[in-house]
Design a protein around this ligand. Structure first.
Ligand code: B12
Ligand code: SF4
Ligand code: SF4
Length: 320
């Protein structure tokens, strides 16, 4: 077995759903162009970090000098259970990714174990850099190049078998590994099916996903409720409806989600009770009770004041 095969087996053994390898060369000129255009159009809103480190974001070797390869892992987070009763007035919805323990910490922990394993079998001192979400790295573009799926109209990296509710994580390494193959023949592929569909665009409440394929994060409910800390303009606040944290509409609308299996990693702690939160309970949280309730969650990163801002918006929408 090759080193790449050993790494793949270990990654699956550790609990990832898929693993792929690509070289550490810069992302393709088309991807660079689409990122540059997106930034120039102002579609990053106030996410200033997206404007910083452009050179690193397009070139993994600028993030880890002498990087040769990128190992990309996938963790399926499609919830096993969806809430069974309709949402009550006075409750706010939490996006599926936030109903689990903080995925950044969970995936990083497994990637550290994977890097430890690789270091133990690969010979003289390879170097590694572990990335999950927050590093300036074009994760979707690299995952597509590693053969893990395709970038769909809802801008998600979709794996035809696992669907769109998948997290990505990476290990950059100075080791030279055999790249895995790109998947999906062009005809009969899931990507082909995507081109004949528009459900995600129709489902987007704010028009953040545009019919021509562009994506204005400034209008995205995920951005507004998680990234944007200011006062939300009334027309957008109204469209947030009862979404307290994040948004799943363009993912839930996708037919490729329906056929996907649920998360099978039993170690990845799932809290179905976080799918809907009582908005008055949220407004009554103190710093201590907030920490106690969400200490292991991505919601903790938002901060209590912004969560309360969102709860007030949802309540105003409920009683409007
Ligand atoms: C900034 C950010 C956001 C922003 C902006 C989202 C966006 N679409 O850009 C906001 C806060 C809105 C957001 C929301 C969400 N996010 Co987010 N986010 C990121 C982050 C940090 C950077 C994404 C980025 O570079 N955006 C800039 C745009 C231009 O890049 P891009 O969408 O990746 O597009 C690339 C390709 O798609 C390609 N491309 C785009 N259009 C075209 C067109 C053509 C013709 C070509 C050739 C290429 C191309 O070029 C781009 C550059 O490589 C990544 C982590 C990371 N480091 O990559 C997570 C990440 C993308 N987010 C993730 C998740 C889970 C979400 C949410 C589902 C969370 C939620 N439920 O609320 C939503 C989904 C919204 C959506 N439909 O995209 C996951 C997505 C996993 C996946 N399967 O794709 C990531 C990868 C985090 C992770 N490690 O798992 N996110
Ligand atoms: S996350 Fe919601 S608001 Fe953002 S693009 Fe998808 S459907 Fe639109
Ligand atoms: S909803 Fe349809 S168009 Fe959108 S990503 Fe899924 S298959 Fe593609």
């Amino acid at each position: 077995m090759s080193l790449t095969d050993d790494i793949k087996h270990k990654a699956l053994y550790l609990g990832f759903d898929l693993v792929g390898v690509t070289d550490a060369s810069p992302i393709s000129p088309q991807h660079v162009e689409s990122l540059a255009k997106w930034l120039k159009a102002g579609f990053a809103g106030r996410m200033d970090y997206m404007h910083r480190n452009f050179e690193k974001r397009i070139d993994p070797a600028k993030l880890l000098p002498n990087a040769q390869s990128v190992i990309v892992v996938v963790l399926n987070y499609k919830p096993v259970r969806h809430p069974s009763s309709p949402i009550d007035t006075g409750q706010g919805k939490v996006a599926a990714f936030a109903q689990y323990e903080d995925y950044h910490a969970f995936i990083k922990k497994l990637l550290r174990q994977l890097a430890g394993f690789i270091g133990s079998i690969a010979g003289p001192s390879p170097r590694f850099k572990i990335c999950v979400d927050s590093a300036p790295l074009a994760e979707r573009a690299l995952a597509a190049r590693a053969g893990l799926g395709f970038i769909a109209k809802n801008h998600m990296l979709i794996n035809p078998a696992l669907g769109p509710q998948i997290f990505l994580g990476e290990i950059l390494t100075t080791l030279k590994l055999q790249p895995t193959e790109q998947i999906l023949p062009p005809s009969e592929s899931a990507e082909g099916k995507c081109s004949a569909c528009n459900k995600c665009i129709d489902a987007c409440p704010t028009g953040a996903l545009m019919p021509d394929g562009r994506f204005d994060a400034g209008k995205c409910i995920s951005y507004l409720t998680i990234e944007y800390k200011g006062s939300i303009p009334p027309d957008l606040a109204e469209k947030i409806a009862d979404r307290l944290f994040g948004c799943d509409e363009c993912v839930l609308a996708c037919p490729l989600l329906q056929s996907a299996p649920p998360c099978k990693n039993k170690q990845f702690k799932f809290h179905p009770d976080r799918a809907r939160l009582d908005l008055h309970d949220v407004l009554n949280l103190t710093a201590d009770s907030f920490d106690a309730a969400f200490g292991d969650s991505v919601i903790k990163r938002l901060g209590l004041e912004t969560l309360k801002r969102n709860a007030n918006i949802c309540l105003a929408n409920a009683y409007h």
